[in-house]
Design a binder for this molecule. Structure first.
Ligand code: NOJ
Ligand code: CA
Length: 558
């Protein structure tokens, strides 16, 4: 890491759902105690931070993104002492902890909302949320959960008014015009800072403020409030990551990354282009997207997810160009009936038709592109999903630890599980689980561990400069990452057929080249440097006067 660089620069972030990760007390529901007991695994795997989806008290109408108390822990997950134990254990392992910060809305069962609906019109208490007598206000704001809602307004009998909600009707939007709301949410930030968290993943950041005749996204007032959050964390005096979820085209997401605002933001356009590349076998659009993303915000400030706990968000043509959406829908394995709201509701492995080569290719790209690679729990195993469960639950099933009952996730009787463990053909937890894959040297899990180890030895991949290189093959993407004393060349073949091609390495002409993942020498760099990559193959080469010691290490830890 460069001198003085914040901890998140190029850090590998592991996203997990605490309810689905590991059950410590045998009630069928994952919890903080269970998660704490699995931190050794995450350290072994080699991730540097964990991001927990919401852990707060909630009626769970929206996976915990509907909160009734911002300053507490959901009783099924544990309590604040369990959170303290999790945090100190994680820090002992050198793992940072990022929590979700849901600013835009609360649960309708939050005491603030109950008080609002019973309070007088125009009172400060009522004004904690966004009310109207008229459900046609803000009509240009798209309905986001369009599978479940037809309007952003819901009539409330008690209040005798409509309230505004960008997500489910159970999630009324807070009214940021009200200074009391602003102060409360800044206090929430302070509360978790004092509990010792290392960062926040800011949910749904574009939607804080509303304005007539706009999509109610990314308004100047919203940015101003995010800057206040930044000031708050700066004042705290530690490196605290602010990473925003703005499902927007890169030019529209970029303002959140202004120097005085958020440190990072997900690049969902890049995610879609990664899938489109595999779906079409062409790297062209991916390269265009990378060039644009780096032009808009250079360096490592984009967070790079493949899949997450939501659907693979493709949108209606505003986010991702229609031809890219078409490519993905036509080329990725998805089966029937997997479209939810704005995208495909499947996990990574089934989308890739269970092909581990494509899993490695896509993660190999994440681990070598500039940014913060985000690994979704279970994707290191090629874990499957459970189609047919409600909403986004197909992607949220229990982590598979062992071949034993419930995949070792819980000792509870199966019907008590938070969600069923996957037994779908090809993805059965008796086969696809941590314990079995640890024992198999060639498993996907051991591959992830190995490549993450190699990556740690290559600081150029972490926060080096980024430059795309022309290749002579339409399926190949190639780039160079470099810091002062290290240059790493990457080439990847996104197609399901082998590719032989030339790279123009004129700037490095005459230098030695060594493939680092396999530890073998290649010919001296030249303007017409020949490479062959198998289907979905990729390689990392060190350029220059390179050390002969292979970076590769023992396959399996004993
Ligand atoms: C984005 C989260 O990722 C999603 O799961 C949630 O439903 C919405 N924000 C609303 O909070
Ligand atoms: Ca439990």
């Amino acid at each position: 890491m460069g001198k003085g660089a914040p901890w998140w620069e190029g850090a590998v972030i592991y996203q997990l759902i605490p309810r689905s990760f590991s059950d410590g007390n045998g009630d069928g529901i994952g919890d903080l105690q269970g998660l704490t007991s699995r931190l050794g695994y995450l350290r072994w795997l080699g991730v540097e931070a964990i991001w927990l989806t919401p852990i707060y008290p909630s009626p769970l109408q929206d996976g915990g993104y509907d909160i009734t108390d911002f300053q507490n822990i959901h009783p099924e997950l544990g309590d604040l002492s369990a959170f303290h134990r999790l945090l100190t254990t994680a820090h002992g392992y050198g793992i940072k902890v990022i929590v979700d910060l849901v600013l835009n809305h609360t649960s309708d069962l939050h005491p603030w909302f109950q008080r609002a609906r019973w309070s007088k019109r125009g009172s400060l208490e009522r004004d904690v949320y966004v009310w109207s007598d008229d459900s046609s206000r803000y009509s240009q704001a798209p309905v986001l959960f369009r599978k479940f809602e037809t309007s952003n307004w819901e009539w409330d009998e008690v209040a005798g008014q409509y309230y505004f909600h960008r997500f489910l009707r159970h999630q009324p939007d807070l009214n940021y015009e009200n200074p009391w709301v602003q102060e409360q949410m800044l206090e929430v930030v302070q509360f978790w800072l004092e509990r010792g968290v290392d960062g926040f993943r800011l949910d749904a950041v574009p939607f804080l403020y509303e304005e007539e005749n706009s999509r109610c996204e990314g308004l100047p007032q919203t940015h101003a409030f995010l800057r206040r959050i930044r000031q708050k964390v700066e004042a705290f005096g530690r490196d605290i990551l602010l990473m925003g979820e703005a499902i927007q085209p890169v030019e529209e997401a970029a303002p959140y990354l202004a120097d005085d605002e958020l440190h990072g933001a997900f690049n969902f356009v890049l995610t879609a282009n990664l899938f489109a590349a595999v779906a079409s076998g062409s790297s062209k659009n991916l390269m265009v997207c990378l060039r644009e993303s780096q032009e808009v915000v250079s360096g490592c400030r984009w967070a790079l997810p493949l899949r997450n706990h939501d659907e693979l968000w493709l949108g209606d043509g505003h986010l991702i160009p229609p031809e890219v959406i078409q490519t993905i829908r036509a080329g990725l394995h998805q089966g029937h009936g997997h479209w939810l709201n704005w995208g495909i509701n499947r996990r990574l492995a089934p989308l890739l038709n269970g092909d581990p080569r494509a899993n490695k290719l896509l993660h190999g790209l994440l681990y070598s592109l500039p940014g913060m690679p985000c690994l979704y729990y279970g994707d290191e195993l090629g874990m499957g999903d459970w189609p047919g469960l409600r909403d986004r639950d197909p992607n949220r099933t229990p982590m598979a630890w062992t071949p034993e009952r419930n995949g070792g996730f819980s000792t509870a009787p199966e019907p008590l599980l938070v969600l069923p463990a996957v037994t779908a053909p090809g993805y059965d937890y008796r086969v696809v689980n941590v314990e079995v894959q640890k024992l198999l040297p060639g498993s996907l899990l051991n591959w992830h561990r190995r490549i993450l180890t190699s990556r740690r030895l290559l600081p150029a991949l972490r926060n080096g400069d980024f430059e795309l290189i022309e290749s002579s093959h339409p399926s190949v993407i190639s780039y160079v990452r470099s810091i002062s004393d290290m240059t790493v060349l990457v080439a990847a073949n996104v197609a399901g057929a082998g590719a032989s091609f030339y790279l123009d390495l004129t700037p490095w002409k005459g230098q030695r080249t060594r493939e680092v993942l396999w530890g073998c020498d290649y010919p001296i760099a030249s303007e017409n440097w020949f490479v062959y990559l198998p289907a979905y193959g990729f390689s990392w080469w060190l350029l220059g006067e390179v050390d002969q010691t292979p970076l590769n290490h023992e396959l399996v830890d004993t």
